[in-house]
Design a protein around this ligand. Structure first.
Ligand code: 5GP
Ligand code: MG
Length: 176
């Protein structure tokens, strides 16, 4: 059994400040044709990030999502299921792949080559959170919001069995 922590791990103010500075770091690294968000956990982060990124032109950057899930109703990693990538034309595109959290690394490690197979010229990765102590696959994200300890986190789009996504702060789940 898990229960929600009483205090946030990352507050609203900290999230907002870091998302703004991360958007500036990404912009300084060059332009991207398309931002690809991984559903469902990245939806809040992507919404805040794109509004903090300076527009390269009046059209801005394209934003698309596809679904990748490696978690069922538990906090243990399982098999990766991908859907919604079928109709993505990435030929010659500079892609920014955005996820909520980099944990074992198995998800991004498998997704990056899939995007290159679909013709992407460049694939850079961006995650809000990184748990380096849990890494299994040899991958680091190009842009990282916060490095955190090995705790299961929810809120700001992240779930526990599909709950808690709408909490405005990053909270931890504690075993009871
Ligand atoms: P990885 O493949 O790097 O192990 O896992 C990436 C995915 O696992 C993330 O996109 C996220 O959906 C899920 N995940 C990993 N750690 C956490 C966590 O602490 N909280 C939540 N809610 N999801 C997590
Ligand atoms: Mg995910």
């Amino acid at each position: 059994m898990y229960k929600l922590s009483s205090k946030p791990l990352i507050s609203k103010a900290e999230l907002s400040e870091r998302v703004n500075s991360l958007a500036a770091e990404i912009a300084a690294a060059g332009e991207f044709d398309i931002l690809l968000g991984i559903l469902t956990g990245s939806f809040v982060f992507v919404a805040d990030l794109v509004r903090a990124m300076p527009k390269a032109n009046e059209k801005g950057m394209r934003v698309k999502f596809f679904k990748a899930s490696s978690y069922g109703d538990s906090t243990e990693s399982g098999t990766l299921t991908v859907s919604g990538m079928e109709n993505l034309d990435l030929t010659g595109k500079r892609v920014l792949l955005v996820d909520d959290i980099l944990d074992t690394g198995n998800t991004l490690y498998r997704l990056v080559p899939m995007l290159k197979e679909r013709g992407a010229a460049v694939v850079k990765t961006c995650v809000l959170l990184d748990k380096p102590s849990r890494r299994e696959a040899p991958i680091e994200a190009d842009f990282v919001g916060f490095k955190i300890e090995n705790k299961f986190v929810v809120g700001y789009g992240l779930d526990y069995a599909d709950d808690y996504r709408t909490l405005p702060e990053i909270m931890t789940m504690e075993e009871v």
